[in-house]
Design a protein around this ligand. Structure first.
Ligand code: MTE
Length: 321
């Protein structure tokens, strides 16, 4: 007898979302009517040019963030990925090379003093780049430890100048074309990929916007040219290839939460005591090792000292809020 076993991330047809919700980055810019701006102090680079790699990716390591685990091999971290826009399996790294990461404009809008659009290279001239070694824990129970480079998300929030009523920041991934991102043909997913944080989370010390990995530009499969790293949360919160930050007083819709609210909470803080409805979260396995070699999962993925003050003491709640 053939039994169809539902995979962890499989979605029932009844949750299908119509194709017409796809958003194309050029359409967003057009519909918003935002003028490209270069924030004060930045010089203009010719379209498509990037700053020298040595300036941007060989940055000094911030020793405040240490982990007791060995670094994951670069090959593992860059060849076992979740990036559903390129396919709903782990071997998407080749397909992801189609993503064009220059020019790359980012829209900052919603509850801000003045909405604007800025090129990634101009943005990078206005922030302080550093390297941080972070643990990463996917909700599927695999984990890695990698050296990201980038800048504190708090710096982006400062540039955005949110108004006092803003309570959340919503983020959106590019959803360019089905040729570039073949995963978009899977019409039952609610493209574009979206995520959100509270303002308190977005300005927490740990919230990091990533532009590099292992001292090089972050590769497309890991979310070039700009992705989030919020290491105390399950990996699905760490949205890749971001093109928009919108400040809002409404709790943002999220990609996985729209599909399965009962399985993917908004807070999604790592918690060994709260199982995913379909599997245990008590242990995890390390990329590069065997799936059967499990190690204990840590509350907030080991980052309690940085983040526990943002959540209620009853740790059981901190996944689904
Ligand atoms: N961002 C987008 N746009 N699309 C995705 O499918 N997957 C998420 C997150 N960000 C995803 C995404 C999940 S589930 C995880 S675990 C991490 O990216 C994986 O990051 P990595 O491939 O760099 O390890």
């Amino acid at each position: 007898m053939l039994v169809k076993v539902k995979k962890g991330w499989e979605v029932p047809e009844r949750d299908a979302t119509p194709e017409d919700i796809y958003v194309n980055r050029r359409q967003i810019v057009k519909s918003l009517g935002v003028a490209p701006v270069i924030a004060a102090g930045a010089s203009i680079l010719p379209a498509g040019s990037a700053l020298a790699a040595t300036d941007l990716y060989r940055v000094s390591r911030n020793k405040k963030y240490t982990v007791e685990r060995p670094l994951t091999a670069e090959k593992e971290a860059t060849s076992y990925n979740n990036f559903y826009e390129f396919g709903s399996h782990k071997q998407i790294s080749r397909a992801a090379q189609r993503l064009e990461t220059r020019p790359w404009n980012i829209i900052v809008d919603g509850m801000v003093e003045k909405k604007f659009e800025i090129g990634i290279d101009d943005l990078l001239k206005q922030v302080t780049l550093e390297e941080r070694v972070y643990r990463h824990r996917c909700v599927e129970a695999w984990a890695m430890t990698v050296p990201w480079s980038g800048f504190a998300m708090r710096e982006l929030v400062k540039l955005a100048k949110p108004t006092s009523g803003a309570k959340y920041v919503a983020m959106q991934t590019i959803a360019e074309s089905k040729a570039e991102m073949p995963g978009l043909r899977q019409f039952w997913y609610p493209w574009p990929y979206q995520e959100g944080l509270t303002m308190e989370e977005a300005t927490n010390d740990l919230a990091f916007l990533v532009t590099g990995l292992y001292g090089k530009p972050v590769p497309p499969q890991n979310g070039a040219p700009l992705r989030l790293a919020v290491p105390w949360k399950y990996g699905f919160k760490s949205i890749k290839s971001i093109i928009r930050f919108s400040f809002t007083d409404q709790k943002p819709k999220t990609f996985w939460g729209s599909l399965q609210a009962k399985e993917y909470g908004f807070w999604a803080n790592v918690n060994p005591a709260v199982d995913h409805p379909r599997w245990s979260q008590a242990t995890e396995w390390l990329l590069g090792g065997r799936q059967s070699d499990r190690v204990p999962t840590r509350l907030y993925n080991g980052y309690t000292e940085f983040v526990a003050n943002m959540y209620p003491a009853d740790a059981d709640e901190v996944y689904f809020r």
